[in-house]
Write a protein of this length. Structure first.
Lengths: 113, 117
């Protein structure tokens, strides 16, 4: 069964305290792994797409990496404005663009000043 | 780029009435759009996949006669909640995948908060 698991469920950091969020996946194939950020009461905001093991993407304080079984979202020197829920999703490798993404349940990140 | 809008952003309606929510891709065309529902502090729950010019594909357990989806153009999909009841109160979010570019990213709208009284 295709599955995406995110950990931890919640993470509290002090401002400047770097850490990583994990997204492990089990799918028959992989046509892309996606990271999103969601603020309360808003729709998810697209961050990154990773396609193959070894690929890395960066945006400001965020860096996403991908292996054959998991992805990490590294947050370097976070600021309070990085507080949000981070969602991971995978395209399971069949069906093309009409197929749904499989989402994890998210990691709620709180960065305290 | 890749902006998706939703209208309205919030709506309050009385039990038994119908509500229509619009989802528009503003700067790209989308053959496929998706409708999600999200309960407080929970992840996204896919309701249906909307395909331009054809019938929507509903997820198991989603009543197709209650949640009517129309994808009339490459930039517009609508979700109509018919005969709404308080249990339909939720946060509804749409997303769209660009027709061109070859990727599978979904770009999300800002969401619509529906409250049924």
């Amino acid at each position: 069964e295709d599955q995406v698991t995110q950990s931890p469920e919640a993470l509290r950091l002090q401002e400047g305290e770097s850490s990583s969020l994990n997204c492990s996946y089990t799918v028959s194939g992989l046509r892309g792994l996606f990271w999103y950020r969601q603020d309360p009461g808003k729709g998810p905001e697209f961050l990154f797409t990773l396609y193959s093991a070894g690929e890395e993407k960066e945006k400001e304080r965020l860096k996403a990496t991908l292996t054959k079984k998991e992805s990490f979202l590294h947050i370097t020197a976070p600021k309070p404005e990085d507080s949000a829920t981070y969602l991971c999703a995978v395209h399971p490798g069949y069906g093309g663009a009409t197929n749904k993404l499989i989402f994890g349940t998210g990691t709620l990140l709180a960065v305290q000043p | 780029g890749a902006v998706v809008s939703q209208h309205p952003s919030w709506v309050i309606c009385k039990s038994g009435t119908s509500v229509k929510i619009e989802c528009r891709s503003l700067d790209f065309q989308a053959t496929t759009m998706f409708w999600y529902r999200q309960f407080p502090k929970q992840s996204l729950m896919l309701m249906a996949t909307s395909n331009e010019g054809s019938k929507a594909t509903y997820e198991q357990g989603v009543e197709k006669d209650k949640f009517l989806i129309n994808h009339a153009s490459l930039t517009l999909s609508t979700l109509t909640v018919t005969s709404a009841h308080p249990e339909d109160s939720s946060f509804y979010i749409c997303s769209a995948t660009p027709t061109t570019g070859g990727g599978y990213e979904q770009y999300f709208g800002p969401g619509t908060r529906l409250t049924v009284t």
